[in-house]
Design a protein around this ligand. Structure first.
Ligand code: F3S
Length: 384
């Protein structure tokens, strides 16, 4: 991989953190056949929950001695930093989690604590990024047309400190071409369910998807998150919708999915928690939840309902959030049902997300059932 004189200097910098970050980027670049480093507009750092990284990760972060050169957003942590007690988080976890966040703040990262950094600052088409959160990577590549590989927490930090990333994979236009054409039949589909099924069917591919009806950006967000979780998808195209869908030839390999034949049961256990907001809810989704909930005549939800969003969207949706809280819903920021240990004390969690459906049993040891937003809210107001 070609390095400029300035990059060579960084590689032998007296600052151990800078030298190590360069070493990481060069090693990754060489493994994947990158020709050079390219400047990035932003980074997004995952692996932030103390529950995931433990003391080893915490000590590594506290040992960093350099500042980021580009905006570096931070993924959700293990708790709402203001309402952690309400989530049932103990004082020891709180103090370790706060040390993680302080260490990230010290290197100049932005404590956005969200997996939807595109609601804070939407990248532009063609921007090179080094993002780590799989659902955000899928959204940035597919819906925005920005370019990022699926980074790890460590490579995202290295890229943020150097301000560059190796040019390989999805940074290169020809590697963004679809490899399979998927025609979806029947307009009556749930985007999360479709993403979950597509993730299984086209794992490792870049699909060009033909959909029989218009979809919202929130649906694309849900579909991509599920595909990323189930099939490691980092980029998909939707014919006539996503910005690069017309840039390539239709692949010869084809698949047809009849959405009407997908049978996704919402039975299996009685939910003691209903958790929405994976990925973090947009203000439109919060409004949709409120509108559905308003149709129920009961004053309060009969089940525990947790909604997760970013602090920015929370700030922008103040009125709706107050009304939702009066209905008995709890709206948390900075965290989510998957990365917070607080979810583990429940037995059965109902979600509207294909990603949460994939990870909750593995990471939190809970049973999980699926429903649309409407079904989840309906269940919140029922006794079963
Ligand atoms: Fe975001 Fe947590 Fe889901 S980080 S995508 S809400 S698992």
């Amino acid at each position: 991989m070609h390095l400029t004189a300035e990059e060579e200097e960084l590689l032998s910098s007296d600052n151990e953190t800078v030298a190590k970050c360069m070493e990481i980027l060069v090693a990754i670049g060489e493994i994947y056949g990158a020709d050079r480093l390219i400047a990035i507009r932003s980074a997004q750092i995952s692996g932030v929950s103390y529950d995931n990284i433990g003391d080893t990760g915490l000590e590594w972060l506290e040992g960093l001695n350099a500042r980021v050169k580009v905006p570096a957003y931070v993924n959700p942590a293990g708790m709402d930093v203001e309402r952690w007690q309400e989530m049932g988080i103990d004082a020891e976890f709180y103090s370790k989690q706060m040390r993680v966040l302080k260490a990230l703040q010290r290197i100049g990262a932005e404590l956005s604590l969200t997996c939807t950094p595109y609601y804070l600052q939407t990248p532009s088409f063609g921007d090179h990024l080094a993002w780590a959160e799989s659902s955000a990577v899928c959204y940035a590549n597919s819906v925005v047309g920005a370019r990022t590989n699926r980074e790890s927490g460590i490579t995202a930090i290295a890229a943020a400190i150097i301000g560059k990333t190796p040019r390989y994979g999805l940074h290169v236009k020809e590697n963004r071409a679809p490899t399979i054409y998927v025609r979806v039949k029947s307009p009556d589909f749930n985007a999360s369910v479709l993403g979950y099924v597509l993730g299984e069917e086209v794992s490792g591919e870049i699909p060009l998807i033909s959909l029989p009806r218009r979809v919202t950006e929130d649906e694309l967000k849900q579909m991509g998150a599920a595909m990323a979780a189930k099939g490691n998808t980092a980029l998909f195209h939707v014919e006539g919708v996503t910005p690069e869908s017309g840039d390539f030839e239709r692949p010869k390999e084809r698949l047809e999915i009849d959405a009407a034949e997908i049978n996704f049961s919402s039975e299996g256990c009685t939910p003691d928690l209903i958790a929405l907001g994976c990925p973090h809810l947009s203000s439109e989704e919060l409004r949709e939840i409120f509108e559905i909930a308003s149709r129920f005549t009961h004053a309060k939800a009969r089940k525990e309902v947790w909604l997760f969003t970013s602090r920015k969207v929370y700030g922008e949706s103040g009125e709706i959030i107050k009304k939702l809280e009066r209905m008995g819903f709890k709206v948390f920021c900075d965290t989510c049902m998957v990365v917070s240990p607080s979810t583990s004390r429940y037995e059965c969690v109902m979600v509207n997300s294909g990603k949460a459906l994939t990870y909750l049993p593995k990471l939190r040891g809970v049973k999980v059932i699926f429903g649309s937003i409407k079904e989840c809210i309906g269940r919140a107001f029922s006794d079963d």
